[in-house]
Design a protein around this ligand. Sequence first.
Ligand SMILES: CSCCC(=O)C(=O)COP(=O)(O)O
Ligand SMILES: [Mg+2]
Length: 225
Amino acid sequence: MNYRAIITDIEGTTSRISFVTDILFPYAKAHLPAFIQREQQQPAVAAELDAIRRLLGQPAASTDDCIAALLDWIAADKKLTPLKTLQGMVWQHGYQQGHFQGHIYPDAAAQLRHWQQQGIQLYVYSSGSVQAQQLLFQYSEAGDLRPLFSGYFDTRIGAKQEIASYAAILQHLQLPPNQVLFLSDVAAELDAAAKLGIATVQLIREQQAPSQHQRAENFYQIEVQ
Ligand SMILES: CSCCC(=O)C(=O)COP(=O)(O)O
Ligand SMILES: [Mg+2]
């Protein structure tokens, strides 16, 4: 089982679920409305507002309508790309101001470093935007971990429970599926990856429902060689 690439999820896998639900999401809920009102003319923000209008099927939706939809989506933990993109923009300020650091389990930081030193290519696949992923690892409690990673994938490549998303990732990696290992806490994500022959390990750190996938309580229990 010599894997040439390992792809890891974040929430519930490298990092505590409560860091996302109790720190990041409330911060976004508190700061997104003012951020959007202030920055809505910025092309990057305007593009996401247009994407929200398309998702709502309301081309004439006001900025306030879009903000209301975003707050509903945060409450429902919707993994919608415009929400995730705007959240990443808002979280950048929080990290830069030192309002919070990115949580990473010590075993995950240590093993990711070890695997990279062994020559294994490391990637991230999270519903959080690539910007949000890079910020979490840049401002992590274990220091700037960005040098460990060869690439990042988010919902722009597809939803995490869709088989096609993993086919697109394999195309990017240019590796056979049996040389790739995907780590996540969510069985449905692992199911989709396994359908293509990607190796899987489910991290059971919190209250995850176990599945038929190989399981590990921490990164030290994951065999890669
Ligand atoms: C990258 S930190 C923000 C994570 C996030 O917004 C999210 O929805 C987590 O989803 P994941 O696919 O990493 O479990
Ligand atoms: Mg997760």
